[in-house]
Each structure stands twice: as structure tokens, then as C-alpha cells.
Design a protein around this ligand. Structure first.
Ligand code: GLC
Length: 613
């Protein structure tokens, strides 16, 4: 085994170093010390390899040999299902989480994304996305040793651990930032700090404002720093300066530390922002892709089974560019997510159909992480051109969606809140749990049976689509049992300024579920079971139906399962396109239909119609 393991590093180095060198040359090739940087990088990789445990090396070996044999990676299996959670809200602490393995297994979950759990600021810390140390777990959650033990317990149960790699910025209390504040030149160069406001203004001219309700522009004045610091998000999150190779070298070490804890997937946080160039929006620049490729190739050498997941909530043209075997093999699917909600509000699935047809394809061996809700707000990141091509005015449509989901549209079933409303443009994003946005909160308040049924049907339909699409379905913890919005964050000064806390709800393990919540939880369990048994749901094969009625979205998996959803409360006709007369059976309800014969879909009906052999 030892010999194989040693050979693995060498082989991986030989296979990946040329591409890694080329990527780094693009970023740092003009520097006199370029080759010294490469040399230092190789030392870092070799040291990390040395520290990697034999258990993890075995994992690497299995991953690589699976790949050589042409097998599908684990995340494309029909048995893979993900969840994401805040450890403190879900189980109090890390040790508590280990006792919840049974809960995950019952739901069929084998991918658990732990939201940021490393040392952070005491007050507002953006849910932990302001990292003060990449190696030290937050005290209230436990220790780094606890985390390592949890990851290993998860692995033994077939659960892959996912955490964030918050690599665009550190907190202002990270030791690098502290040294920068003390005037240490080396660490000042880790960030973008300008003495003169004019320099910051020059950059601001071409930047989008990401957190406009926090501050205008992307820079914050820090008296102690004697200048303006680049802070794309909150003022306590300092953007790292990757044009300085020292930052890359330092962050590779942090990345490999996490990999060597046994983490199998790193979610690359805010990856669109990592490279900056004057006069541009500094989002998804070509060198941002190159930088991610460089991180990925470094990981391939020293921790080959580590997988990246992209968190690019940007224009779909850019989202897809982060996906690849040498980039992120997993990516959130923000287009699918946003267009589910868009179709639900407008009872019109045309934009969803068109966008999925056009934009579904991604490289082999990669997968979408499909989702309905996550810890963040919903942004309407569809393509304007596609909207226009259907006669939909994208600006008006986004305005409508924001109004619909924030209680400003008469007749809306949704209960949600606005996030980061831009005082100049009035633009905003939307927060709320799946159940509240889908109408359950309103239905319960009104105690109206029909509204309750409609809300449950909406949730069922969306999950039915989520579980049937190719890729890895991701459940936001709490949504599996239709948790409602929690408005108590408004009373907590640490959280009150960030409406995303409305859907970051503490799990109460003793609370009795309402009948509708129980129905939803049982539905999810059943769908996960049926999916896990049905091999046709594995892999990436899919074709999307042409639009028949505007309300209906449909696709066919592996040439044999026709998935059909009615995004409205009207009855709408639909025809299955399979060989004439062929019998199809709904895997969920056992209902039978014949191909090429018109059927009538019930309100929010969802079908998994499998062709009889
Ligand atoms: C990502 C996270 C979000 C956070 C931001 C800054 O978008 O998902 O929660 O606020 O990055 O780290």
C-alpha cells in the first residue's frame, strides 16, 4: 500500500504539474521569482501529501481508479442526496451532530454541508462567512479534533462531508488582517488597502454594489489601517489580493489542511469575485477561472479525491464556466432554483423550459447541485435575452417576482422578506423558507384547507422535480419538514440587519410537526427511496420537452422516465412523447397513462411516468 501511495503523489504531480504551471504562469508569469514560487508550491504540496492519512489516501486511490474505469462519480448516483445545515441551529454542536447520523440515514442523505464553523467575529459575522482562522473551530461548536472525528464517523456511514472554503476574503480579525493593521508590509499586501480615497473611488466606478444596505461602494475606511480596505460584502470581510502569489500559496495550505481533515467537498464561496482588474466589474474575470483551476490542480496533486463545488450566483453564461473536471465538478444550479420560483409565481414555465434546454449541458463527470432553497437569498439570475425572446420584459419580471415573494403583490400566496434592497434602483432579493414562500404559512394563518392543500401540492411538485433532475438534490435543513419563517431574528441586534435569518431557523427536536409538515416529510422520504431504487435516475441523461402548455415543465430521464409538472392551479392538458400506445406508470402514485394520448394534469400535479418495458 505504501508504495502505491507514494507512487500516487508522483503520478499526480507528473500529470497535473504542467497544467498547474501553465495556469500559474498566466497569473504570475511576469514576475522575476515565478520559478521560485513554483518550487515553494511543490514543497507545500509534498508536505500536505506527507500529512495525508492512509485512510484518505485509500479514498484518493479509489476515486482515481473509479475515474480511470470510466465509472460515474458518487455525486451522480441516484442514491446521492444532500443537505446543508448550521451546526448550532441543527444540533447545538459538532458532537451533537454525530448523534444525528440516524436522522440523515432515514432521509437517505449521504452529503452533509456544514455551514461555516471556523473561528469568526463575536458580533455580526455573516453567518460565519467572516473567517478568522481556517484551522480553529468556533469554541461553542467544539474543537477541530471534534470536527475530524465527525468527518470520520460520517465517512464510515457513507456520508461525504462538505464545508465552505471562504477564500475570497478573511475576517478583519484574521491574523493576516491583524498584522496588516499593525503595518506589516507583507500582510498589507494580502489585501487591497489604499491610503487615498481616490484610489478606492477609481475601482468603485466599475463595481457592482453587492451589499448596498451595508454601505455604498465596495471599500470601507479603517482608521487603524490608515486607509480604505476592499470589502465586497460586509465591512468586516476583507477581500484577499490574489494578484499577490503569497496569498495563493498561503491559501493552498489552508485548503489542504481542510482536505486532510477528511473533507471531501469544498464549496468555493463567492468565487466570482476572486480576481480584480481596474476598469472591470471584477466579477468572473478570465483570471478568476484560471485561479480556480490552479487551486483545483493543486488539490488534484495532494488530495485527489477532493471535489470543488462552485457557488457562482451570477449570469448563467458565467456559471457554466466554473464547471469542469479541472475546475468545480459540482455547481449550485441557481438558474433552476430561481426559475422554479419564477414559474410558480407566474404560472408560466416557458422561461424555465427554454433555459433548461439551452443551459443544462455541462462537462462529463460533473454535476449540478439542484436546490430549491439554501441559506442565502433568492436572486433572479436568469438571462435577459432568453426572457426577451419569450416576450417577457426581464426588468419588469424581476420586479414582479420581488413583489410577489415579499408580500407586496395582491393575491400572492407567498410570505417572504426583501434582502439588500438597493436604495437607488429599488432592486432586491428574496428571503424565506420553502414552505412559507410556497404558501403554507399563509394557509395556516387563514386556516384554509384548500390553501393548505395547494401549498403542500406546490412543495410536492418542486421536490418531485428536484429529485428527478440529473445531479445531486440538495435539501436545505428544515425544508424537509416544511419549516416556516422565523421572525425572531428581528429582536436580535446581531442578526436584525440581515433578513436571511428569517429562513435560518433553529431546529426544535421536540416540536410536534403539523399534519402538513408531516405529509411533506413523508413525501420526501418516499421520493428519496423511490429515486434511490431507480437506476434510471443515475447519471446525466436528460432531454427537455418542447413547451406544450405554458404552465407545464417536462423532461425525460434516461430515455424512459417522463417527469411532468403543472406549475398552476388550473387543469391543463399534456401529451407524453413515447412510442404510440405505450403504457407508462407513475412511480409515485401508480397512476397509468398511454403515450401520445392527451391527459389532463391536476393542479400542481407531478408525475414520474416510467415506460413499461
Ligand atoms: C456567499 C455566501 C453568503 C455570504 C457571502 C460572503 O455568497 O453564500 O452567505 O454572505 O458569500 O461570504
Amino acid at each position: 500500500m505504501r508504495a502505491i501511495i507514494w507512487a500516487m503523489y508522483k503520478t499526480q504531480l507528473q500529470e497535473n504539474m504542467p497544467a498547474l504551471t501553465a495556469a500559474l504562469f498566466e497569473l504570475y508569469g511576469s514576475r522575476w521569482d515565478f520559478y521560485l514560487i513554483l518550487e515553494r508550491l511543490e514543497k507545500i504540496l509534498a508536505a500536505a501529501d506527507k500529512e495525508r492519512s492512509s485512510v484518505l489516501k485509500k479514498l484518493d486511490d479509489d476515486f482515481l481508479s473509479g475515474q480511470k474505469k470510466g465509472g460515474e462519480p458518487w455525486f451522480l448516483s441516484n442514491k446521492s442526496l444532500g443537505t446543508m445545515l448550521y451546526v448550532d441551529l441543527f444540533s447545538g454542536n459538532i458532537k451533537g451532530l454525530a448523534s444525528k447520523i440516524k436522522y440523515f440515514k432515514e432521509l437517505g442523505i449521504n452529503y452533509v454541508h456544514l455551514m461555516p464553523l471556523f473561528k469568526t467575529l463575536k458580533g455580526d459575522n455573516d453567518g460565519g462567512y467572516a473567517v478568522s482562522s481556517y484551522r480553529e473551530v468556533q469554541k461553542n461548536l467544539g474543537t477541530t479534533a471534534d470536527l475530524k472525528a465527525l468527518v470520520s464517523a460520517f465517512r464510515k456511514e457513507g456520508i461525504h462531508t462538505v464545508i465552505d472554503f471562504v477564500f475570497n476574503h478573511t475576517s478583519c480579525e484574521h491574523e493576516w488582517a491583524k498584522k496588516a493593521l499593525k503595518g506589516d508590509k507583507k500582510y498589507r499586501d494580502f489585501y487591497y488597502i489604499y491610503k487615498n480615497k481616490a484610489d478606492a473611488d477609481e475601482w468603485n466606478k466599475s463595481l457592482r454594489e453587492i451589499f448596498p444596505s451595508v454601505r455604498r461602494g465596495s471599500f470601507t475606511y479603517f482608521k487603524e489601517a490608515g486607509g480604505w480596505v476592499w470589502t465586497t460584502f460586509n465591512s468586516f470581510q476583507w477581500d484577499l489580493n490574489y494578484s499577490n502569489p503569497e496569498v495563493f500559496l498561503a491559501m493552498v495550505q489552508e485548503m489542504l489542511f481542510l482536505a486532510n481533515l477528511g473533507i471531501e467537498v469544498l464549496r468555493l464561496d463567492a468565487l466570482a469575485f476572486v480576481w480584480k482588474e481596474k476598469g472591470t466589474a471584477c466579477e468572473s474575470l478570465p483570471k478568476a477561472y484560471t485561479l480556480i483551476k490552479a487551486f483545483s490542480l493543486a488539490a488534484k496533486i495532494a488530495a485527489p479525491s477532493l471535489v470543488f463545488k462552485s457557488e457562482a450566483i451570477v449570469h448563467p453564461d458565467q456559471v457554466v464556466k466554473y464547471i469542469g473536471q479541472d475546475m468545480c465538478r459540482l455547481s449550485y444550479n441557481p438558474l433552476q432554483m430561481a426559475l422554479f420560483w419564477s414559474s410558480l409565481a407566474s404560472r408560466d414555465a416557458r422561461l424555465l423550459t427554454l433555459s433548461m434546454k439551452k443551459r443544462w449541458a455541462i462537462p462529463d463527470g460533473c454535476a449540478w447541485v439542484n436546490y430549491i432553497r439554501c441559506h442565502d437569498d433568492i436572486g433572479w439570475t436568469f438571462s435577459d435575452e432568453e426572457a426577451w425572446s419569450l416576450g417577457i420584459n426581464p426588468y419588469e419580471h424581476r420586479k414582479f417576482l420581488n413583489r410577489f415573494y415579499t408580500g407586496r403583490f395582491d393575491g400572492s400566496f407567498a410570505r417572504g422578506e426583501a434582502f439588500q434592497e438597493n436604495p437607488t434602483t429599488g432592486d432586491c432579493r428574496v428571503c424565506g423558507t420553502m414552505a412559507s414562500l410556497a404558501g403554507l404559512e399563509e394557509a395556516l394563518d387563514k386556516d384554509d384547507q384548500l390553501l393548505k392543500e395547494m401549498a403542500v401540492a406546490r412543495v410536492r411538485m418542486m421536490y418531485g422535480l428536484l429529485f428527478a433532475l440529473p445531479g445531486l438534490p440538495l435539501l436545505y435543513a428544515g425544508d424537509e419538514e416544511a419549516t416556516l419563517n422565523d421572525y425572531s431574528y428581528k429582536k436580535n441586534p446581531k442578526l436584525a440587519g440581515d433578513s436571511r435569518w428569517v429562513h435560518r431557523v433553529k431546529k426544535d427536536w421536540d416540536k410536534k410537526l403539523l399534519p402538513e409538515q408531516k405529509t411533506i416529510r413523508d413525501l420526501i422520504k418516499r421520493m428519496a427511496k423511490v429515486r434511490a431504487k431507480e437506476k434510471l435516475f443515475a447519471g446525466s441523461k436528460v432531454w427537455f420537452y418542447d413547451q406544450q402548455q405554458p404552465q407545464v415543465f417536462a423532461f425525460c430521464r434516461s430515455g424512459a422516465i417522463h417527469v411532468v409538472a403543472n406549475f398552476s392551479e388550473s387543469r391543463v392538458p399534456f401529451t407524453v412523447w413515447a412510442n404510440k400506445g405505450r403504457l407508462l406508470t407513475d412511480l409515485l402514485s401508480a397512476k397509468q397513462v398511454r403515450a401520445q394520448e392527451q391527459i389532463l394534469l391536476e393542479p400542481y400535479e407531478l408525475l414520474w411516468l416510467k415506460e413499461e418495458a
